[in-house]
Design a protein around this ligand. Sequence first.
Ligand code: GDP
Length: 329
Amino acid sequence: MKKRARLSLDEYIRGILAGDRLVLSRAITLAESTLQDDQELADELIEAILPKTGKARRIGITGVPGVGKSTFIESFGMFLIGEGHKVAVLTVDPSSTKTRGSILGDKTRMEELSRSPDAYIRPSATGSTLGGVANATREAMLLCEAAGYDIILVETVGVGQSETAVRNMVDFFLLLMLAGAGDELQGIKKGIMEMADGMAITKADGDNIRASKQARSAYENALHLFPAGPGGWRPKVLVTSALKNEGMSEIWSLIGEYYSLMNKNNLLESLRQDQRRTWFHEMIDFMLTTSFYNQPGMKEKIAKSENVVADGKVTPMAAARKLISISGS
Ligand code: GDP
């Protein structure tokens, strides 16, 4: 297929501000591009739409595969649309590089939501590093906000470092958990619980209701061991059934409570300021790393040094120093 020509900066801006989904998709693709021309245009575009961003509620959703994330997002998203919102769903899945959308699987996800004119669903960017994928998602979030989406749901896989990346780009971080499965089984580390502003026990229906309520008290007790969040926020645990569309308004009220607290004393703005600072530092690291690895012949040089380092003939430090040419400086 022939590559479609880019639009002009003005066409992108007008399309996005008019809420044109096709233009929005093309703008996100532009922001994901690794070509320098595209990146420069994307930078200009994002700068131009920046005044129209920041009004949305940014909500992260995590949980291990199978916990019910996509079913939850479908139910929660439809609930929010029913309340008059416009919902964008973004995904951070660094593994999609290798498997082409591993958490998307083959099944059609969020079927009802994806048909709604008030929802916009965008799968994870692909990229060789989490830093690159996270950056593209942050830019996509800004573009979606400028296009009129007032709720941004950012889904992540529940394994590895992607939680931290998502925690650093959202206001409220929701952890989905199953009742009856041990923490170990769910691969949930203490660190992830500590990041959560709220937890939802999923699939609380049928035979699972009792176990879900028990899990809720157990997790609530566990959460009390962590220090309170900004403004003294204490995460709460709710029970939900996405299949029966239950618990969605309770989750929304919890998020509402959180925002009321965060909007006092400028807490939300200071959280977002910290996030922009972190983003900036991450971009410095990311750009330095990319420009280093992208130097002509670097791949071969690294492969060669790797062999001598593995054989113990040269120390890793000396070999690395030589490659980044700071030796003797
Ligand atoms: P994900 O991998 O975290 O996105 O999980 P999915 O949303 O794909 O759900 C995994 C499985 O759990 C699917 O078979 C769903 O039908 C099932 N499931 C999801 N939510 C519920 C629920 O609220 N109740 C019940 N009983 N099953 C659910």
